[in-house]
Design a binder for this molecule. Structure first.
Ligand code: HEM
Length: 286
């Protein structure tokens, strides 16, 4: 109900209860004052709820990281969808695919668009980790450490039921680090071999034909490996595993719930809380 109507109703109820009738001018003033108080109270409660919701979430990924991931995801999906029918062009499903999109030529063009996106995002990411403070920090967090190998071993023991204690991860688990570094390897192979296939006339003028043959084989086989790694390893760990199934929105919204933070990144959670506490203590001292 609107604050003014609510105030009107309240005054009316008091009038009936006490058997009095207020004069119009006083009534109007009282109504405005009560309406104003109701409005302030609503605002206060709204703020309280908003603050509570904010407290329940942590910002995990910046907009820059999210946009990089989105570009990479769209680019790679486009490359898989247009590349696999070229590899299996003799099969029935590939013929059907070409019929739907308007021919193999369209697939070839779209594949080059996807390749452009992949090359673009790799340059973007290199600049990000080399020239921004946030990028350098993220890169350091993603470097493999001795703890990752210990965590891997602990996880194997946990999976085999030899211990009840799961490994405690920081900002990135060894699984996420593996995901990250696998992209470097895949990127180098796919971009190099892809460029040789794309500009074959130029490369055949410089290198013997077997270089082209190796590039074609490497591109074709690594494409299968990359597709399976994304669908089985990456999608399972990021989206389909029982903790987050059916979809994990963090890489799109940038936010992670407090509950998931404590469960999946307990050391990162402890670090953030410690830093927050220290900040508060410092500002109290001032
Ligand atoms: C995850 C990334 C990629 C995947 C999954 C992928 C997949 C594929 C597959 C399966 C083929 C068919 C190979 C065959 O005939 O056996 C292909 C062909 C090709 N790819 Fe890729 N590719 C990727 C990235 C790239 C990149 C980065 C480039 C360029 C820089 C590129 C350029 C090409 C070219 C030029 C062809 C030949 C297509 C044609 O016949 O016109 N690819 N790709």
């Amino acid at each position: 109900m609107e604050p003014k109507k609510e105030a009107e109703k309240l005054i009316h109820e008091v009038e009936i209860e006490k058997g009095i009738t207020l004069d119009d001018e006083f009534r109007e003033r009282l109504k405005n004052e009560i309406a104003e108080k109701i409005k302030t109270e609503i605002e206060r409660r709204k703020k309280e709820v908003e603050e509570k919701v904010e407290e329940e979430y942590f910002v995990r990924f910046s907009l820059n990281i999210r946009l990089q991931h989105l570009t990479l995801a769209i680019g790679v999906l486009l490359l898989i969808i247009t590349g696999l029918p070229i590899k299996f062009h003799e099969s029935k499903w590939a013929e059907l695919f070409f019929e739907v999109i308007g021919g193999i030529q369209v697939s070839r063009i779209l594949h080059r668009v996807g390749a452009g996106m992949l090359i673009f995002v790799s340059i973007w990411h290199t600049i990000y980790i080399a020239f921004t403070k946030e990028g350098r920090k993220e890169f350091r967090e993603l470097l493999p450490r001795k703890k990752d190998f210990l965590d891997f071993w602990q996880n194997i023991k946990y999976m085999l039921g030899k211990t009840n204690e799961r490994p405690k991860y920081g900002r990135y688990s060894y699984i996420e680090k593996f995901d990250y570094w696998a992209v470097y390897w895949g990127m180098v192979i796919m971009v190099l071999s892809g460029l040789i296939l794309w500009f074959h006339n130029f490369f055949l003028g410089i290198f013997p034909k077997f270089v082209f043959d190796i590039a074609k084989e490497a591109h074709s086989d690594e494409a299968m490996l990359a597709t399976l790694a994304i669908v089985i390893w990456h999608w399972y760990n990021a989206h389909f595993n029982p903790h987050v199934f059916p979809f994990n929105p963090t890489i799109f919204t940038g936010k992670i719930s407090k509950e998931r933070m404590i469960k999946e990144h307990p050391l990162e959670y402890e670090k953030i809380m410690r830093e927050k506490l220290m900040k508060e203590e410092k500002s109290d001292e001032k």
